[in-house]
Design a binder for this molecule. Structure first.
Ligand SMILES: C[S@@+](CC[C@H](N)C(=O)[O-])C[C@H]1O[C@@H](n2cnc3c(N)ncnc32)[C@H](O)[C@@H]1O
Length: 335
């Protein structure tokens, strides 16, 4: 069951070109992943809880930090590759997972507007406020753009894609795929395959393995924005589930796990404490120095990723990389 989100009043033209459907997590499943993560050792939290309004704003700040190379590197690759991507796919509707501020997507919207005139864009994001704010800016800047936003988590939203008159290009940027474990990634690629039709395309941005110092600095910035972003997950959980996390009883910790090729972000409990999330009927205790892992960010080998996509019926048509080979964009065509 979808709910159409009513946001700020809009001018007629914008209302005519914009729709946002809320795709809720099914009742009974909401919070189940939080309970599961906090009742095992080591403790974990699902990383999509970072993204309330404040979390989305903090992520935008992270993208502008000098240490955080992924956004500007991917943006640079896209700036030169976008016209070629549009030429390779031909006319398309654009569907984007974890669209955020859609700042890099603008480069694709420019290319597809040139190619086909009007453009339909289906952004999917768990952050409803970010979806709405971004949509208003895009509609103002692109007079021939139609937006049908889906507010929810990927898995549920992908089951509610509106029908398309054109072929689809499904976009997943920012190396957000790195937040999934290898097992989750396999299930996710299977779902992508099933959401597309033969001949549709999938554009994936992945952060590549590189010098450990570059990686570590990107998640431990000198201004403390990443630390604030990490701690904000607790504030969001307090709000969602009537929790009693005290942010000053935790500290940010991020390191590169060389064996698993992944950055791990944790929150370290500074003392023994008992946490309650009343709406989930949950009480857990944390020892001093015990950690909650809030995010993994896997770093990839481009050849292995191409093989993995191929195994899932998404063979790679073309790869673009920056000069330092820090980041890659892979365009796949669904068989
Ligand atoms: C790392 S940011 C990337 C944003 C943007 N794509 C970029 O490349 O800069 C991840 C985005 O995905 C959204 N997100 C994270 N997990 C999600 C999930 N499970 N379902 C839907 N959206 C999710 C967040 O709200 C956020 O906007």
């Amino acid at each position: 069951m979808l709910t159409v989100v009513r946001g700020e009043p809009m001018e007629y033209d914008l209302r005519h070109r914009y729709r946002c459907d809320l795709v809720p997590i099914p009742t009974g499943q909401r919070g189940a992943d939080v309970i599961q993560g906090l009742t095992r050792r080591p403790k974990t939290l699902p990383s999509y809880y970072f993204y309330d309004q404040r979390g989305s704003e903090l992520f935008e700040q992270i993208c502008n930090l000098p240490e955080y190379y992924p956004t500007r590197t991917e943006q640079k690759i896209l700036a030169s590759a976008a016209p070629e991507i549009a030429a390779l796919t031909g006319p398309c509707d654009l569907v984007e997972l974890g669209s955020g501020s859609s700042r890099k997507t603008r480069l694709l919207l420019d290319a597809y507007s040139q190619l086909q005139g009007d453009c339909t864009y289906i952004p999917i994001d768990v952050s409803t406020t970010m979806l709405q704010t971004t949509a208003l800016h895009l509609l103002a800047d692109y007079p021939c753009l139609f937006i049908h936003a889906l507010a929810g988590v990927y898995e549920t939203a992908l089951e509610h894609l509106p029908p398309s008159a054109r072929a689809r290009l499904l976009i997943f940027l920012g190396s957000t795929i790195g937040n999934l474990s290898p097992q989750e990634e396999g299930q996710f690629l299977r779902q992508i395959y099933l959401s597309l039709s033969p001949g549709d395309h999938f554009l994936l941005g992945v952060d590549l393995q590189k010098d450990i110092h570059v990686l570590t600095a990107a998640y431990n910035d000198s201004q403390g924005v990443t630390a604030a972003f990490n701690l904000n997950i607790l504030r969001h959980l307090n709000h969602c589930f009537r929790g009693n996390f005290s942010l000053d009883r935790f500290t940010h910790w991020a390191f590169y796990n060389e064996e698993l090729h992944q950055i791990e972000m944790h929150l370290v409990s500074l003392e023994y404490q008992v946490i309650q999330l009343l709406d989930l009927g949950l009480e857990v205790d944390l020892r001093a120095q015990e950690t909650i892992r809030t995010e993994i960010s896997r770093k990839f080998d481009v050849t292995l990723m191409a093989k993995q996509l191929d195994c899932h019926g998404l063979p790679v048509q073309r790869v673009w990389q920056d000069e330092q080979k820090w980041f890659a964009l892979l365009l796949c065509k669904r068989v």
